[in-house]
Design a protein around this ligand. Structure first.
Ligand SMILES: C[S@@+](CC[C@H](N)C(=O)[O-])C[C@H]1O[C@@H](n2cnc3c(N)ncnc32)[C@H](O)[C@@H]1O
Length: 329
């Protein structure tokens, strides 16, 4: 099996190291031959690592971002080893079941969700995701969407804004920030928004927990892209479509996502269906007590990876293995 922790992928000169790539590759070691859905293709780092490691697997990459899909099509055109093994679709991942139906695919070998934004989305100022660079208030992963950060920031009621900031990012100063935003309207740039947020947070609190605007930017981004609303449906579609012994792996980056994945996986496990949560790291084990315990413990990136890859810091990997009831597991 090829390990690929040092691989870097590029789009518009922005490079990206896929998070926990060796653990993700390892996770698909025992899945049945066939199609793995990479629901968040991005720069394709995980997808290519999976394809390189397992000649018996193909990957269908999904992404709602036009740039990600254009980049993927270029990758495929330039690399004959990907042709016939990697295909991509520009869709939001909660349309997974429709796409599979359209392609007449009844079962998949597994699915991967690497949630959140990609490095190009964050690093290209014009996309408006970053509080560190000046750009328009955009934050749309899907450039066709009508709702942008400018709408949320300039048009939402103060109470709704406060709820979003609190719920999507656990920001304890949500009400103060929402009030400051409403008072500063119109706000048209990321820099202006960041300044308003920073000024709304009491000075001592500004010095702890990273950039003071980080959580509010995350909360607005989640609202713009409806990230939490669509996650459950997409996970359930992936679990339903996954064949016995297949796996659904999810990388989360904040508590809101993590809570949903944990709950959906736990419900699947309790549900008298054919799913069973398992750790990818004990797949050789047949001891169900151990497996049951492992589902509660998410896996984290190594401290080395956390040091060299900023995005990896807050990552957690959760995996659900589908197994036949009565198959001895
Ligand atoms: C963290 S990046 C994925 C990086 C990828 N694993 C790699 O190795 O390059 C997340 C990607 O998923 C896409 N994405 C996020 N939510 C999505 C959704 N609901 N539907 C489709 N694509 C989504 C984003 O546009 C972004 O390109």
């Amino acid at each position: 099996m090829m390990t690929s922790n040092n691989s870097k992928f590029e789009q518009h000169g922005v490079s990206h190291s896929p998070v926990m790539v060796d653990e993700i590759v390892e996770c698909f070691a025992t899945v049945p031959s066939g199609l793995v859905v990479d629901a968040t293709f991005g720069l394709g780092g995980h997808a290519v690592a999976i394809l390189n490691a397992y000649p018996n697997l193909q990957v269908l990459g999904l992404d709602q971002d036009a740039d990600a899909i254009a980049n993927a099509e270029k990758m495929i055109a330039e690399d004959p080893t990907l042709q016939g093994r990697l295909s991509v679709r520009r869709i939001r991942f909660d349309a997974l079941d429709e796409v599979l139906e359209e392609m007449s695919v009844n079962q998949i070998s597994g699915a991967l969700f690497d949630l959140g934004v990609s490095s190009p989305q964050l690093d290209i100022a014009e996309r408006g995701f970053s509080y560190r660079q000046d750009g328009p208030l955009d934050m749309r992963m899907d450039q066709r969407s009508e709702l942008s950060a400018a709408n949320v920031v300039n048009e939402y009621e103060e109470t709704e804004l406060a709820q979003i900031i609190s719920r999507n990012a656990d920001e304890r100063f949500a009400r103060r920030i929402a009030k400051a935003i409403v008072g500063a309207r119109p706000i048209n740039t990321t820099t202006h928004l960041a300044e308003v947020i920073v000024a709304a947070i009491p000075a001592p609190a500004r010095r702890t927990g990273g950039h003071p605007a980080k959580r509010t930017f995350q909360a607005i981004r989640i609202e713009v892209n409806k990230e939490l609303e669509i996650l459950e449906r997409a996970l359930q579609a992936a679990i339903n479509a996954t064949a016995p012994a297949g796996r659904v792996a999810v990388l989360t980056y904040h508590s809101g996502e993590n809570r949903i994945v944990k709950r959906v996986f736990a419900e699947s496990e309790r549900d008298e269906t054919v799913t069973k949560a398992a750790s990818p790291f004990v797949h050789e084990s047949q001891n169900s007590d151990r497996l049951t315990q492992r589902v509660r413990a998410a896996k984290y990136p190594s401290s080395k990876e956390q040091t060299i890859n900023r995005r990896a810091k807050s990552a957690r990997l959760r995996v659900l293995e589908k197994t036949l009831v009565g198959a001895g597991n």
